[in-house]
Design a binder for this molecule. Sequence first.
Ligand code: ADP
Ligand code: MG
Length: 341
Amino acid sequence: MLTRVIATLGLACAALSCAPEPPPYQRTIYTFGTLASISIYDQPHAEASAAADDIEQALARLNRDWYAWGPGELGELNRSLADKEVVDISLELGELIGQALEFGEASDGLFDPTLGSLVELWGFHDSADEASVAPRAADIRALTEAIPVRVELDSEGARVIASATGVVIDLGGIAKGAALAECQEILARHGVRRALIDLGGDILAMSPANSQPFEIGVQDPRGDGAVAVIAAGRGEAVVTSGDYERFYDQDDERYHHIIDPKTGYPTAATAAVTVIANDPVLADAAATALMVGGIAKFEELTTNLGVELATLITVDGAVVHTEGMQARLQWLDKIDGAGTD
Ligand code: ADP
Ligand code: MG
């Protein structure tokens, strides 16, 4: 009986062209060490599927080329930097390293793409899990001495110049943002106007002007489900960094994958940061830098990085956000102090 009613309603709707919005084309893939989902709205299946194919291919290529310990271009560069100080690379990689170094300067060294050996020492380059053991203090200290690195670009390519051998460049704090920028270009090329790409917490919300924004859940850093919902669209990136994605606990300390370059230890005071920006690369770098800076540096860093929309949740559940963020956030009453600024 129920089936028949629905079918009849469906027919009536088709005739009056009042059918509800069809569900998006969806695909889930594993890339950048995480599950990623692609949702494409308002497109014929064949076109959406072709766009998703291109995105899947591009993400596989970028993950390979931008993973510091992989077989691709950044892995090659790092293997060369082990015993060389000057290495030629592609323009694309050079531009991304150059951008990462600029975020390093703008964040007064809190974002640091040259801390690959520390990430490796802590085991967060691949296999860290609950059985992992924190490294020895002396080994950590030995690696906190930064090796200055710069990049020269010309029309042909780029060149990395380090002041000593042994630097390991890690673009993990920025790569997913840069990959989202690439996804955005691919979607535009395919004529897609409404889509949601989620690279495990780095989200691109593409929608036409005057259309409904997406409602994006902000993960509860200490529990299941969301603590807040964010409205975003028109190509905005919504990027979250947290201490709950890759971590191990030892002697009541949580060691996770975002490291304070000045101490060599994982940051301890901040549980999660969410940044909204039109530039996904900025959003990604800023979320990582704000995790390191914590509440104390929140205002200074958002100003210096040019971030207008950001929120930070401490490990104690306190919340701070920029003025503009209040209008985008709807708290779900799970956090003490939510809604304060
Ligand atoms: P996720 O990749 O989980 O979204 P982030 O964007 O914050 O989170 O990136 C974390 C990654 O960035 C780490 O796995 C590491 O490779 C690298 N990283 C860790 N600490 C820093 C830092 N202070 N500055 C720049 N990159 C960092
Ligand atoms: Mg980041």
